[in-house]
Design a binder for this molecule. Structure first.
Ligand SMILES: [Zn+2]
Ligand SMILES: [Zn+2]
Length: 241
């Protein structure tokens, strides 16, 4: 306990809200106040059984998921719009790493709600070049915080992104998949054998990234692959790389 107090003094947590800039007094939050938390566009109601996108039809699957996918199921906490766009932007590009703890609580709740039951957590990897340039992998931060809450191991060594890819902005699903072709591979061929793997990322856009990671994991003999992300792109908010 004493150590925590000293650490808090050395590294004070962000104390203003990323959305409204008011001071945050709640001990449990780092970067968003409880009032703004309530405004986030949580996904409720019917979603595609495969990718978790909100759908308003009698179909169980969206058009993209009607073909079989290399992962069992993907789910997201929020629609990628409104305040969540600001939060994720700060998290990825403005060094607001402390938001990982806040987001991990949302991911944890979703994991429990969906009754996921995985053996290991794997963040969507970055290439070494990209990691050097960016300084951190936001998916890795999320995976580590979520792993603490779920008491599961994280692995960041055995699923690798081995190819730098062009920005995905403006590309559709098949262009994204082509762009990502052979971008991911597993290192130790036996590491994922028979494991139920949870892929963690910040945004689910077309699902091409998750799909390519899942393919590599299945090639590495993972028995099942699930995915969890903070936000799922909705039409008109296609801004992710
Ligand atoms: Zn606020
Ligand atoms: Zn779908």
């Amino acid at each position: 306990m004493k150590n925590n107090i000293i650490l808090d003094l050395l590294y004070p947590k962000h104390i203003t809200c990323n959305i409204c800039s008011n001071d945050i007094f709640e001990k449990e939050n780092n970067g968003i106040c409880s009032e703004c938390q309530k405004t986030l566009p949580k996904i409720v109601g019917q979603v595609c059984f495969g990718c978790g996108m909100p759908i308003h039809s009698i179909d169980r699957y969206c058009d993209l998921c009607k073909k079989s996918k290399p992962y069992e199921m993907a789910r997201s906490c929020y629609e990628y719009k409104d305040n969540i766009v600001t939060l994720i932007h700060n998290f990825k590009f403005h060094n607001a790493r402390y938001l990982a703890e806040d987001f991990a609580k949302d991911l944890y709740n979703l994991y429990k709600e969906k009754k996921y039951d995985c053996d290991i957590i794997v963040p969507v990897p970055m290439t070494e070049n990209r990691l050097k340039f960016r300084g951190y992998n936001q998916a890795g931060l999320l995976a580590n915080e979520l792993a603490k809450l779920l008491n599961l191991p994280v692995d960041e060594q055995n699923l690798l992104k081995v190819k730098d890819t062009k920005s995905q902005v403006g590309l559709d699903f098949s262009e994204r998949k082509n762009n990502l072709l052979d971008a991911f591979k597993t290192k130790d061929k036996k590491f994922f054998k028979g494991k139920k793997v949870l892929i963690v990322d910040d945004i689910f856009t077309t699902g091409a990234t998750i799909e390519c990671c899942a393919k590599a994991l299945k090639k590495g003999l993972a028995s099942e692959v699930f995915a969890i992300t903070i936000a799922h792109t909705v039409k008109g908010f296609d801004k992710k790389d």
